[in-house]
Ligand binder design. Structure first.
Ligand SMILES: Nc1ncnc2c1ncn2[C@@H]1O[C@H](COP(=O)(O)OP(=O)(O)O)[C@@H](O)[C@H]1O
Ligand SMILES: [Mg+2]
Length: 366
């Protein structure tokens, strides 16, 4: 039986979303194949191995995987057998897992930092590696690479905290002369729409930038696109496949945090997306091109803006650890493409082991 460490929570503003994704994943993992240990990461970054996985009701998210403090744990590893070993410093209890399934989102979790820790511990894990995770999380870096690969992205400006503080007026004037309103102001590497504001006039721009700078030292200003939001799931390592497309229809001004998680009627998910078949095909192909361009592996949900009135689509962003609740777009798209939720988890675990084998076969001596 494979011992899976289901990693959830995280030192990230998407901590709560992860608790919800993890509850669905825990329930769906085949307990005949896997012995699952829930390992929660607190908002302060401390790991807490749970004695047993406890799924509880939550007012915003419906149900979540509870995260209890369980003392001080030390993460260790044995390089010779590729297991992650976690010790409880207080009582000497030892927990071993053969594989880490990170169902965790955002900063410190989805951006290569966690993946780096897991690679140093030489434990197999699911999802994109350090490089893919780091690039996809960095919206500015991702857009530059996509642009370089001939994939259309929304015109944007990048603001750095220190330069903005020195001369906000000059930066704002430059943006306004270059991009037309409405504008979207977003932290470079956050997620779940946290810190994002839609700005319709120049007077509101400074405040919106200052707000986004609370979440990141780099902020993106993008031209607002009047669009249909189309998403596509990709799965695989060297021969990735793309799912059918889905559509998000936000009932708020845009697909904000409230529309995503708080308001149960905040958005409608439509699968398949209500778009022309040839555009859907073209989006699926572009999703695969983008997946390779950004060095992704394991999985990613790739989000597009299809401009109303033209057939132009823009790649908005790539999420390497997408939402994984039972109603989330990533697993839903696979379900509609013919891969049920728990088989999707099996496949992600297989892909993680495959990627690990490819890493450990490499020589470490000249
Ligand atoms: N340039 C844009 N034009 C139109 N809508 C946008 C634009 N940028 C963001 N949005 C809206 O904001 C939402 C969140 O933006 P996104 O870049 O996907 O950030 P996150 O990583 O937080 O999901 C999008 O789903 C969309 O509704
Ligand atoms: Mg998004």
């Amino acid at each position: 039986m494979i011992r899976i460490g289901l990693l959830y929570g995280g030192m990230s503003s998407e901590h709560d979303v992860s608790l919800c994704s993890a509850a669905s994943v825990y329930e769906a993992l085949d307990k005949d194949k896997y012995k699952v240990t829930a390992i929660g990461i607190n908002r302060d970054g401390r790991w807490h191995v749970q004695d047993h996985a406890e799924i509880v009701k939550d007012k915003d998210f419906g149900k979540i995987l509870n995260l209890k403090k369980t003392g001080k744990w030390l993460i260790n590893h044995f390089n010779d057998n590729h297991r992650l070993v976690i010790y409880n410093i207080d009582n000497g209890k030892k927990v071993e897992v053969d594989f880490i399934l990170p169902i965790i989102h955002g900063t410190n979790c989805e951006d290569g930092r966690l993946q780096g820790l897991l690679e140093l511990a030489s434990v197999p894990y699911a999802g994109a590696d350090v490089t893919g995770s780091a690039i996809a999380m960095d919206k500015d870096a991702a857009k530059r690479l996509l642009d370089h690969s001939g994939i259309r992205v929304v015109p944007w400006h990048t603001i750095i905290h220190d330069s903005f503080i020195n001369d906000p007026a000059a930066i704002i004037d430059k943006i306004v002369s270059d991009l037309s309103f409405p504008l979207f102001v977003k932290p470079n590497a956050a997620g779940s729409s946290i810190g994002i504001l839609k700005v319709k006039e120049k007077d509101k721009l400074k405040e919106a930038i200052e707000n986004a700078l609370l979440y990141d030292n780099k902020v993106l200003i993008e031209k607002g696109i009047d669009c249909f939001e189309i998403e596509c799931s990709v799965l695989g390592n060297n021969k990735p496949e793309s799912s059918i497309t889905g559509q998000i229809i936000p009932k708020h001004e845009f697909y904000s945090y409230e529309a995503k998680y708080i308001d149960p009627q905040g958005a409608e998910l439509k699968i398949p997306a209500d778009i022309d078949g040839s555009i859907a095909e073209s989006i699926r192909k572009t999703a695969l091109d983008a997946y390779s361009a950004l060095c992704c592996s394991g999985m990613a949900r790739i989000d597009f803006f299809l401009e109303k009135g033209s057939n132009k689509f823009y790649l908005n962003e790539i999420n390497t650890l997408p939402g994984f609740t039972s109603i989330s777009m990533y697993p839903k798209l696979w379900e509609h493409t013919g891969l049920p939720y728990s088989s999707l988890l099996d496949r992600l675990i297989e892909l993680g082991f495959e990627a690990h084998q490819n890493r450990i076969r490499l020589k470490t001596k000249p």
